[in-house]
Design a protein around this ligand. Structure first.
Ligand SMILES: [Fe+2]
Length: 340
């Protein structure tokens, strides 16, 4: 097996003043480096107004009323999609929680060209399994994330895979002729801001990896941090956001200019990264080789502002580490301490 691909997560075009420029950086580097395809790990952008209107006659009004970060800068969103198209590379995605802030899950899948909320694909002798961590568990049953309905439920009820998907996951791994990589938006290996039924995934790993190594690693976005956890010998890697870490409006700071802060009101609650972050992976039978990008924060860092250590499972940093991991079981359980 041999495969080379690029990964980007949590671009959040609706928050950032330079989302399209960040995407341009990723696309140019991916083509230069020789990526065979691209993966995005969710929370890229809300669909533009024309798409929302087509999906639902009142789609734009609903999005304005319910979504967190609605912006009407459709030119930037169209530019992001154009840049991706012009790479000529296939792109595969997972659903981020914010991807359904503005519309239904079905519409989001259509917008990103996904066959269904969870699915798998094979590239270069590896099977990538894209999971949907966006379910709400209520007393009356399971709900999909739709038009930001999850804001009305407590955190404990959010971010579930749920049993039908877990059953499908195990079957998909067992019938796969290729080793598998798990992709999700919310983490499956961390213990904070994570998928709530992740321990069911770890139990699946115990079973499917017992006689041979069927699942070799997992990638997630969502938490805008770089870090690695190990569960049942499998590395779970958090891919940092391309853009920022959200630290909340209690740490509001003017980091660009008053004008930009007015036009992009949510940027004040973020610690943005000066340059876009993304990662490239090259995998063969023995090694998972990962190359990340490094930059700095725009303005004060979360640490300088007193953002508590306990608010993030891994230390907030403006970079993605390089890692070289064996395609073999790793030691450890939970967060792995890594150097800078
Ligand atoms: Fe997210």
């Amino acid at each position: 097996m041999h495969v080379k691909f690029g990964v980007i997560a949590d671009l959040h075009v609706d928050i950032m003043p330079d989302g399209a420029a960040r995407m341009q950086g990723f696309c140019e580097e991916a083509v230069r480096w020789g990526a065979e395809f691209l993966i995005h790990l969710g929370d890229m952008q809300y669909p533009e107004a024309e798409f929302l209107r087509e999906a639902d006659a009142n789609g734009v009004e609903k999005a304005k009323q319910h979504s967190w970060f609605f912006c009407d800068r459709d030119d930037e969103k169209l530019e992001v999609k154009r840049l991706l198209r012009e790479t000529g590379l296939p792109m595969y995605g997972v659903l981020g929680n914010h991807d359904m802030d503005a519309c239904s899950k079905k519409a989001t899948c259509r917008y990103w060209g996904m066959p269904s909320p969870y699915y798998s694909f094979v590239r270069g002798g590896l099977r990538f399994i894209a999971l949907d961590t966006n379910h709400i568990v209520t007393e009356d049953g399971v709900l999909d994330f739709e038009v930001n309905n999850y804001r009305y439920y407590p955190g404990a009820q959010l971010s579930y895979l749920t049993s039908p998907q877990l059953k499908w996951l195990e079957e998909e791994i067992l019938r796969s002729e290729e080793p598998c990589v798990l992709l999700s938006h919310a983490p499956l290996g961390d213990d904070l801001l994570c998928t709530k039924d992740r321990q069911e995934v770890w139990k699946i790993l115990e079973r499917v990896n017992a006689d041979r190594r069927r699942v070799i690693f997992a990638l997630n976005g969502h938490n805008h941090i770089d870090g690695m956890s190990v569960r049942r010998g499998v590395p779970f890697i958090s891919i940092n956001s391309a853009s920022n870490i959200w630290i909340g409006h209690r740490y509001d700071a003017i980091r660009y200019s008053e004008t930009i802060s007015r036009l992009y009101p949510h940027i004040k609650g973020c610690a943005p990264y000066r340059d876009a972050l993304f990662a490239f992976f090259e995998i063969d039978d023995e090694t998972i080789r990962m190359t990340g990008r490094k930059t700095g924060f725009v303005g004060p860092s979360p640490q300088q502002l007193g953002f508590p250590k306990t608010s993030a499972y891994h230390e907030p940093v403006p970079f993605i580490r390089d890692r070289v991991l064996p395609v073999a079981a790793l030691d450890g359980d939970g967060r792995i301490e890594e150097g800078q």
